[in-house]
Design a protein around this ligand. Structure first.
Ligand code: HEC
Length: 154
């Protein structure tokens, strides 16, 4: 991207704020995307997820190739990964129960279950933080998947 001239960056800053407000409204007025909640999510992520998924959500090197153990490395949580391909319920279950329990069939994963480590709300806050760094397109896509997922479980 070209270096933004001052006028443009003010515009961009404005639309980022508008985006946050929009996300807040989209979730029926809940304060989920508030700055405070995202800060909490960021801290939970840093303490519990960053060691594998990366301080900048970049994942482990060569994350698409299996490790010598046959297990998968930790994928990035930014737009280059596939976290945004999963609806909220799936992301929550993967984090709470761990991939092995979610996949089943004796599947083995290096990611532990967080059932005894984080409360449900802490898990959601960490996921909200992850979502907050996605560009608009990925966020919209994942929000649509989550709306469909909710519709299906009704
Ligand atoms: C000990 C390393 C480790 C830690 C800590 C860890 N993960 Fe993972 N995570 C992994 C690995 C490895 C995978 C790949 C899944 C597999 O084994 O198939 C993964 C996969 C995932 C996925 C699925 C992503 C996708 O694209 O399908 C989500 C969501 C996830 N992790 C969230 C989290 C969150 C949130 C935290 C912190 C609360 C966390 N992880 C902490 C190692 C870790």
């Amino acid at each position: 991207m070209k270096r933004a001239v001052p006028g443009t960056s003010i515009l961009l800053g404005g639309s980022a704020v508008a985006g946050l407000i929009w996300v807040g409204f989209d979730r029926s007025g809940s304060a989920e995307a508030s700055g405070e909640r995202l800060e909490r999510g960021r801290a939970i992520y840093a303490a519990n997820c960053a060691s594998c998924h990366g301080a900048n959500l970049e994942g482990q090197p060569d994350w698409k190739s299996r490790l010598p153990s046959g297990h998968l490395p930790a994928p990035p949580h930014d737009a280059s990964g596939h976290t945004w391909h999963h609806p909220d319920g799936v992301l929550f279950r993967i984090t709470k129960q761990g991939p092995a329990a979610v996949v089943g069939g004796g599947y083995q994963s290096d990611m532990p279950s967080f059932t005894d480590v984080l409360s449900d709300d802490e898990i959601r806050a960490a996921l909200d933080f992850i979502k907050s760094i996605w560009p608009e397109r990925e966020r919209q896509h994942q929000a649509e998947l989550s709306r469909r997922e909710k519709g299906e479980s009704r």
